[in-house]
Write a protein that binds this ligand. Sequence first.
Ligand code: THU
Length: 130
Amino acid sequence: MDPLLAAAIAARDHAHAKYSNFRVGAALELENGQIVSGCNIENASYGLTICAERVAVFKAISDGAKPRAFRRVAICADTETLTPPCGACRQILWEFCGDIPVILTNLHGLTREFTVGQLIPEAFDDSLLG
Ligand code: THU
């Protein structure tokens, strides 16, 4: 199996999803081949929940990865219809990853690939800040 998909599936096991029971894993492949993963982490104050994708991006950036130095991202949830990233995560992926492939997968080996640009057309970004 593609190690990036395997990392997203494995990260899902670490999800702290006691309120929704909806467990998500994400994995980012850096330009140097390193893989950084994340899971969703919920809180009793529901609005503080953070998605798996943002955990992975923020972990990577915090550990010194350079913005736009990512090759691919994979996202895994246990759904028949593959789970795409939420709107907030699309914005974060656009800012830090640019138009890289986004591979969705589930626990049954189904996959579907998009690019970040397909998922967030006409994105707001720093090119508009002047
Ligand atoms: N969630 C993610 O981690 N990633 C997504 O792309 C969609 C939603 C999480 C947030 C929350 O913990 C749970 O899934 C239900 O929304």
